[in-house]
Design a protein around this ligand. Structure first.
Ligand SMILES: NC(=O)c1ccc[n+]([C@@H]2O[C@H](COP(=O)([O-])OP(=O)(O)OC[C@H]3O[C@@H](n4cnc5c(N)ncnc54)[C@H](O)[C@@H]3O)[C@@H](O)[C@H]2O)c1
Length: 384
């Protein structure tokens, strides 16, 4: 596995809140960045916090001690400069607010919160406090997202006209021991997986101006079959199948389907259609994968060489689920580098996703009140 080539980060200490399913992948992912140190972990469940500290300690460089305890314990630890908030989506706002009020910079998993107004207020609080908020997803920082971005910027496919994005079922019931939050308000395909796709589209195409969507509940009850499951079934309280049209500020029109009811299909992940050709983008919930271009009249697709080193094989769950580039991106930004996985980007993406449901209920398109600049593209590296 390659060690991410950038950003290069001076040592900075991190506290992680939430020692659940994704925690170990953050620990192992962050350990790849020599300048990042996990020094404190917290969970509402003391046993999870204790086990989490053992996991983080095992991955820590010699001389690092990983403490554990409650959220309050972690926030009182002056060593923790960045709080990584990987609690369930409905808890994000509570932990982020507490961390900001304790003077910590925050990196928060997606969605930034489940309430647009709260997210906006928290970013205002951060700005007023001289603190920085970063937000997931960070997968667009990987080789595939940056290669796709370079194809668009180089004009290879001409002027982008349209795009399609298909969010299909992650089958969380088959692998997550307690996927209840995915089927309750704050979950669903729109807020759970939608951030990866919309963030990738904004990375390539810029901000969204207007959204019109519609959504429904599919199966009202979901059976959980994951090994070691904590629940056997879940009553569904969130829409699980949605359609949307996104009008970008540039004029590009994107059509999206976001569904936990599509188990099998022949759909692409993301495609961008330009005046000269089509750009095919692999799973935006992964860092790597083949980015392909097919110019009008070409007989086949051409795989574009990745502009950054890969994190690992694109079909390797173990490599592609390792988190951490967004935390490193925030740490580098604190030392003056361009911040790319920003809270502002996460807020804009949340507004887009939120509007899919609200515009459908109102039966009228929703004009976006937030915007954001496209994140700076990563410097390309010479292909081998
Ligand atoms: N599981 C994945 O594969 C995955 C992948 C990418 C992103 N994410 C995101 O990561 C976040 C966490 O997901 P997960 O699957 O690990 O969830 P999880 O439910 O498995 O774990 C969440 C943890 O947070 C703890 N917690 C809850 N409230 C808390 C509080 N107030 N203070 C401290 N700890 C608290 C819980 O006890 C639990 O240990 C979510 O935002 C999710 O969208 C998850």
């Amino acid at each position: 596995m390659s060690t991410p080539a950038e950003p290069t980060v001076p040592a900075i200490c991190i506290g992680i809140v939430g020692c659940g399913n994704i925690f170990e992948r953050y620990v192992r992912g962050i350990a790849r960045f020599p300048g990042l140190r996990i020094v404190h972990v917290a969970d509402v469940d003391p046993e999870r916090a204790k086990l989490g500290a053992e996991t983080a300690q095992a991955a820590a460089p010699a001389g690092t001690t990983v403490r554990h305890g409650s959220l309050a314990d972690l926030l009182a630890d002056p060593a923790a400069v960045i709080v990584v908030n990987i609690t369930p989506p409905t808890v994000h706002a509570h932990v982020t607010e507490a961390a900001l009020r304790a003077g910590k910079h925050v990196y928060v998993e997606k969605p930034i919160t489940t309430d647009l107004g709260i997210a906006r207020a928290q970013l205002e609080l951060a700005a007023a406090s001289g603190l920085t908020v970063g937000g997931a997803p960070d997968t667009f920082l990987g080789s595939a997202g940056q290669t796709a971005r370079q194809v668009v910027d180089a004009g290879t496919i001409g002027d982008p006209v349209g795009a399609t994005a298909f969010v299909t079922h992650s089958r969380a019931e088959t692998w997550h021991p307690d996927p209840t939050f995915l089927f309750k308000p704050g979950g669903g395909p729109v807020l759970d997986l939608g951030p990866y796709y919309v963030t990738q589209l904004v990375n390539c195409l810029g901000p969204v101006a207007e959204v019109y969507g519609t959504a429904r509940v599919g199966a009202p009850v979901r059976a959980v079959t994951a090994p070691g499951r904590l629940v056997d079934s879940i009553d569904v309280e969130v829409e699980t199948h949605a359609n949307a049209v996104l009008t970008f500020a540039s004029g590009v029109l994107a059509s999206m389907v976001l569904s936990f009811d599509i188990w099998d299909h022949n759909l692409p992940y993301l495609e961008i259609y330009g005046t000269r050709g089509t750009l095919s983008i692999p799973d935006p919930n992964a860092y790597d994968g083949d980015v392909k271009v097919r110019l009008h009249g070409a007989e086949d697709w051409t795989v574009v060489p990745p502009v950054l080193p890969v994190q690992g094989p694109a079909d390797s769950f173990e490599h592609q689920m390792l988190r951490g580039p967004g935390v490193a991106d925030l740490a580098a930004a604190l030392h003056g580098a361009p911040h790319r996985a920003t809270g502002g980007l996460a807020l804009h993406v949340l507004e887009v996703l939120d509007a899919i449901g609200t515009s459908g209920k109102a039966r009228t398109p929703a004009a976006m009140t937030t915007t954001c600049a496209r994140p700076a593209a990563a410097a390309a590296v010479a292909a081998d």
